[in-house]
Design a protein around this ligand. Structure first.
Ligand code: HEM
Ligand SMILES: CC(C)=CCC/C(C)=C/CC/C(C)=C/COP(=O)(O)OP(=O)(O)O
Length: 326
């Protein structure tokens, strides 16, 4: 009898773990990681490298809960097309591992916890921005644009550019130029990021009648627009340094180095629009690029980087002075 009881207990624990894992997967956790990295970049740049640990932890947790809520509602809304596409059919809702009603209750609970945590530990602006990200992603992107416009991910992509605003607002209580520069960088990064993937899985979106740009306009037009957005995004990553002075020489070096590789990949894809390997390479690199760019911002916000920037600025002033004399 004792053996039977212990094996029942073991089975119960396994079931509990499986349920937790299933609801964890429902939140699309790997996407949330990069959303949080952009949130952290907003916090470190806004705080010039000096962040209260409790505020940092609370903002990261609130950001994760709000993005999780948004992703769960997105999966709830898209379960019909997710059931058809090979890439998404094994997700918790289309596979039947989670019921729609339970997913909705889970999303509401996540959003309520996020709002409460951000309001209490950060401020109301950060909490309202997080909620606006959920509303924009669910209503503007998932419900309205995704199934009706080839510009769905451009306009809807604004939702994904809100997390750095949440981080900045949590630290300063407002949204200055630096916050909006981060928003613009992620906003302009999104089309190259996603359209490279959309080229790679174009047939899946065609099968479910989602009008992604490669499905409607073809790969040539899509890769041209990827190149154009890349040409807009790369200067924006440098503008954060001058004249706003938001980031310094460490960030500038990283931005130019990483940007060169991004530009080369986007250029190669534009000249080989049907090369699925080139499309997949740009998609994968776009994630690494944004991750490392944000790490560069954090490193640049540290006191040591301020010291290097000051030396570089002094040398620059001396050089300008000498040229003025000549
Ligand atoms: C409307 C805008 C966006 C669209 C349509 C989009 C679309 C996608 C899709 C379809 C995938 C593949 C996911 C999968 O197959 O499970 C993906 C992967 C990913 N996206 Fe985006 N994305 C967008 C914006 C963003 C933003 C703003 C971020 C973060 C700042 C981001 C970070 C990621 C990451 C990290 C992955 C890789 C996840 C993995 O490895 O499973 N995406 N994206
Ligand atoms: C502040 C805040 C909460 C902001 C929300 C940020 C957020 C959750 C952005 C998600 C962007 C994204 C990965 C969209 C893909 O949706 P999709 O439906 O095209 O992807 P799928 O087909 O893989 O489901």
């Amino acid at each position: 009898m004792q053996h039977l009881a212990s094996s029942n207990t073991q089975r119960h624990h396994q079931n509990v773990f499986q349920v937790i894992e299933t609801y964890y997967q429902l939140t699309k956790p790997r996407i949330i990681i990069l959303l949080l990295i952009t949130t952290a970049a907003g916090m470190w740049v806004a705080a010039s490298g000096r962040i209260d640990p409790l505020l940092f932890f609370a903002t990261m947790t609130g950001g994760a809960l709000s993005a999780a809520s948004a992703n769960v509602i997105n999966c709830l809304y898209d379960r019909d097309i997710d059931y058809v596409m090979e890439r998404t059919r094994h997700r918790p809702l289309p596979s039947g591992r989670v019921q729609p009603r339970d997913a909705l209750l889970f999303a509401i609970a996540l959003a309520a916890c996020a709002f409460t945590l951000l309001t209490v530990c950060a401020n109301l602006l950060a909490a309202m921005l997080a909620m606006s990200g959920i509303v924009f992603y669910v209503l503007i992107y998932t419900h309205w644009l995704k199934r009706h416009s080839t510009q769905n991910i451009v306009i809807g992509g604004a939702a994904g550019a809100i997390p750095p605003l949440v981080g900045w607002a949590a630290v300063t209580g407002d949204l200055s130029w630096g916050a909006w520069m981060l928003f613009v960088i992620v906003f302009l990064w999104t089309p190259p990021h996603f359209w490279a993937l959309a080229i790679y899985i174009r047939d899946e979106y065609a099968e479910v009648d989602v009008p992604m740009l490669p499905v409607i306009e073809g790969n040539e037009e899509t890769t041209k627009q990827i190149w154009l957005y890349t040409l807009l995004m790369l200067p924006a990553t440098v503008l954060m340094v001058y004249p706003l002075g938001v980031c310094g020489v460490v960030y500038l070096g990283i931005a130019i180095g990483l940007g060169w590789i991004f530009a080369r990949k986007a250029w190669e894809l534009w000249h080989a629009p049907d090369d699925r390997d080139a499309a997949r390479s740009l998609f994968k690199y776009s994630i690494l690029y944004l991750m490392l760019l944000c790490v560069g911002m954090v490193v640049d916000s540290l006191p040591f980087s301020h010291y290097l920037t000051q030396i570089a600025a002094d040398r620059w002033q001396t050089l300008v002075g000498m040229l003025g004399i000549l």
